[in-house]
Design a protein around this ligand. Sequence first.
Ligand code: SAM
Length: 245
Amino acid sequence: MPFAATVLTLYPEMFPGPLGLSLAGRAMAEGKWSLDTVQIRDFAADKHRSVDDSPAGGGAGMVMRADVLAAAVDHVLERRPGAPLLAMTPRGKPLTQGLVRGLAAGPGISILCGRFEGMDERLFEARPILPVSIGDYVLSGGETAALVVLDACVRLLPGVMGAASSGEEESFETGFLEYPHYTRPQMWEGRTIPEVLRSGDHAKIAAWRKARAEDDTRLRRPDLIERHGDARRPPPSGAQREDEG
Ligand code: SAM
């Protein structure tokens, strides 16, 4: 069964958008994944088809109603019982390559996109929803975040990336950023490609790449080194870590 994505949104016309092009678009045309959308407004119960209301406690903006969202969510959960349901929100679990890998290995995903000030919190208590954030900044809607999640998943599906190994050395797969890349021309604006990459010595190249990946990560993303280091460092007592069983 190909990976099936369902997006719950007020703007279905935003899909597949960029996912209809290039790698993801080709993979979709080849049947390696599918995408459908559900218009949240179709689940509104009043004659104005309202999906939002003013925030309890006052304040600016509008909030998406739990009852309308739950009706849309229930419809999708019934159609795709095996697929995890994500909700895009800055208040969610940060999206990581590890989370993406887990999602891509499954049957597909359903993604709920927020608008306005966000969604009534009771929805998250009442339905099996994983709140996910794509970063520490605020977008105007969950649709662009959903496109990010889907793009990251689709490229990992079997047969989508050219060389199967091209995913394994990439940034975040090993806990580090990837090493830097170079290509022809050999000399550009007075700058050459590092000598070692032209040596043909595969062991030396691998060692150089590993060292550069570590150095660049230390410089640009010390938080990754911290996490990676913590995972490798043995506990002070020498006892096994809990997650090592
Ligand atoms: N009032 C919310 C807050 O401060 O957390 C922001 C709401 S935002 C204007 C509207 C919608 O955009 C959210 O409900 C969510 O679906 C989406 N969104 C915004 N930033 C996001 C992020 N960093 N990650 C995932 N979704 C995001």
